[in-house]
Design a protein. Structure first.
Length: 387
């Protein structure tokens, strides 16, 4: 990306000396003011609203109803240029059994990470009887059908450089016969809350921000892949601003630590809970993505209220992956996707227990701190001010 990207990163540079407390001569910090507009109860309420549609499995009426609801919410925030991307999804035919057999690597995790310590079993629940709530079981019962898909987005238009934008995303579909409260109600709600705040009538940004809620993540990132295929070549036109960076959010709530020796996990959040920021070291734009990741870490250091952030180099299995060779791309999660979530650190992942009621206020607050991190970083990168 060259010098322009470095200049943008410098916009979030932290001063060597912070203003003294009580210094009335210091100008109000617009980023701090915007971060203060995030609210735990509003974040929880948005997640709760998404769970009214059950697991929101792609290709179902409940998924389409959730897309309609998200669109209505974005419009109610005043987020301009609400639109939908349409694409076709046809499931791949099942592989012959002999083609699907391969030895499992017990050391290397997906994405290039390394497994360490105790691991627990992971997988996708496909058994409806594992969901004891009859109402939810009935809501999640209709099966997915192939065909047309839609995903909704809206755009905050920049005032001085409207033809350049950051993409802020989360995926709204889920699986597992639960409510998909964490995967990915937590990431979707985060993106929606940022859209609400940046769409405030008194908020101005130099550059544009697109807030998008991907569909078909659980089937192989089909919604984000469709966006890249349809719109990458349009960059620089009136229909698609130039991409400056892509920031994905997926599973923000559960950080209870490594499984115990018997495979169980702690009931309470671990004291060392943090927000995980990942880039992919094998991407063509790995160096720029790493810079972007550290920009987010610095924003967390300055503006997040409760939890620190850590940076890793093995971003994988998330909707930022289709972007990673075309634009600096990062992903925020509750844990590292490959080496930790893939090792069983979240027992609710794709399970009937992924319910709103499963999570405590500490869990929800971790997600809120991820929102504070992204809001602060993006606000600095786009030159946000308050009129």
């Amino acid at each position: 990306m060259g010098r322009p990207f470095v200049v943008l990163l410098a916009a979030l540079g932290m001063p060597a000396v912070a203003p003294a407390q009580g210094d009335s001569t210091a100008a109000p910090d617009p980023i701090a003011q915007l971060v203060a507009r995030l609210d735990l109860e509003r974040y929880k309420a948005t997640i709760k609203g998404l769970t009214n549609f059950g697991d929101r499995r792609q290709g179902t009426d409940r998924n389409r109803a959730a897309v309609d609801w998200i669109e209505a919410q974005l419009k109610s925030y005043g987020c301009s240029n609400v639109a939908r991307l349409k694409y076709e999804y046809q499931p791949r035919p099942p592989m012959p059994l002999t083609e699907g057999i391969r030895l499992r690597d017990t050391i290397r995790a997906v994405g290039g990470g390394r497994y360490r310590g105790v691991r627990a079993r992971t997988g996708v629940n496909t058994d409806s009887t594992q969901q004891p709530d009859a109402r939810l079981r009935a809501l999640d019962a209709p099966a997915s059908t192939p065909g047309e898909r839609e995903e909704v987005y809206c755009t905050k238009i920049g005032t001085t450089h409207p033809g350049e934008m950051y993409i802020v995303g989360g995926h709204m579909d889920g699986i597992g016969w639960g409510e998909a409260a964490n995967d990915d109600g937590s990431g979707t709600a985060l993106v929606m809350e940022l859209a609400r705040i940046f769409s405030g009538p008194d908020v101005r940004t130099d550059r544009s921000i697109r807030f998008i809620l991907w569909n078909n993540e659980e089937t192989g990132l089909n919604g984000s892949r469709a966006y890249v295929e349809q719109r990458r070549g349009l960059q620089g036109t009136k229909d698609e601003p130039k991409w400056l960076g892509m920031i994905q959010h997926d599973m923000m709530l559960f950080d209870h630590g490594m499984p115990r020796a018997d495979g169980t996990l702690a009931a309470d959040q671990r004291p060392e809970a943090d927000v995980n920021i990942e880039f992919q070291s094998s991407a063509k734009l790995a160096a720029e993505a790493e810079q972007l990741a550290w920009t987010f870490e610095r924003a967390n250091e300055r503006y997040a209220t409760d939890y620190p952030a850590s940076v890793g180099s093995h971003m994988t299995n998330t909707d930022s992956a289709p972007f990673q060779d075309y634009v600096p791309a990062i992903s925020l999660r509750e844990n590292e996707r490959g080496a930790q979530i893939g090792a069983g650190w979240d027992p609710n992942w794709h399970q009937p227990t992924d319910l709103y009621a499963t999570y405590s206020d500490k869990d929800f607050r971790l997600g809120l701190n991820a929102a504070q991190t992204t809001l602060a970083a993006v606000a600095g990168l786009v030159g946000a001010t308050i009129k």
